[in-house]
Design a protein. Sequence first.
Length: 332
Amino acid sequence: MKELIKKLTEAKSPSGRENEIRDIIINEIKEYVDEYKVDKLGNLIAIKKGESDKTILFDAHMDEIGLVVTHITENGFLRVEPVGGVNPRILIGTKVQFNGHIGVVGFEGETMEEYSKNMNNINFDILFVDIGVDSKEEAEKIAPIGTFGTYYAQFNDLGDKVISKALDDRIGCAIMIESIKKINKPKNNLIFAFTVQEEVGLIGASVAGYNYDIDMAIALDVTAAVDTPKAFKRMSMKLNGGPCIKIKDGYTVSDKFVVDYLKEAAKENNVKYQMEVLLFGGTNAGGYQVTKSGIPSGTISIPTRYIHTPHEMVSMFDVEETVKLVMALSNK
């Protein structure tokens, strides 16, 4: 499964520009589903038909956070704006890529006083991207205004853990792909929605389920692992604790029936799990909750360290247990 995760995370597909990752996913699943389609917004919807009249939708968003070029200086430096939740502090000295061309992020400071002041107040007004050219004309050939970019970072295999950019939420996509391949004859009708533009407002999930009669929607996404030194003391999620069943986050409260249903499935199939209350953030479950007349929704989260950085980390044990849980739900 690590090779699949590597393939997915290496794709360059920020919000609104998901073509590359969508094509990869289609090639992975097309022989294992009864049907699939791409809707007008760009969501990939795949279906495995079951024998019951119950329909469960699983969601993972394809997009990743990124940058977009807003201005080019006369000597070829790029000014950028975040696409999704990019922390400008994390960008300093980071490699980024635009159209396959690599650059490095720096920040302004003409005097020691200004340098020190800016270091303590990093923001996008003082950031620039150096793509190694000497003129505006050269830069415009590589990354004209409106060009989208992403982190440039490699996949790293640490044995029981992996590190990569874009595990948010390519790890959810990988879990759905693996589940699609392993589920043979499901009891329930299953919809697998690989959605667009989650990082800029749950856009894809707000329409992905509209044309279907769905009994339950379950988002597969990452959540903050707080098992590092001096992490948030009011949360409990950790690596190697199994998938997290979300109670609430900063955006939604999970449906109680869905929460109980997930807990029952985990217990019945000996899946190690943990409970999640996230103090911030949100998932695509919020998009399904307000679809049509409302869909009972919840989230299965993969605990992740260093979310929204170029070097996110997950446990393969948690990933594999999440696949087991999704497979269990297909026949519950």
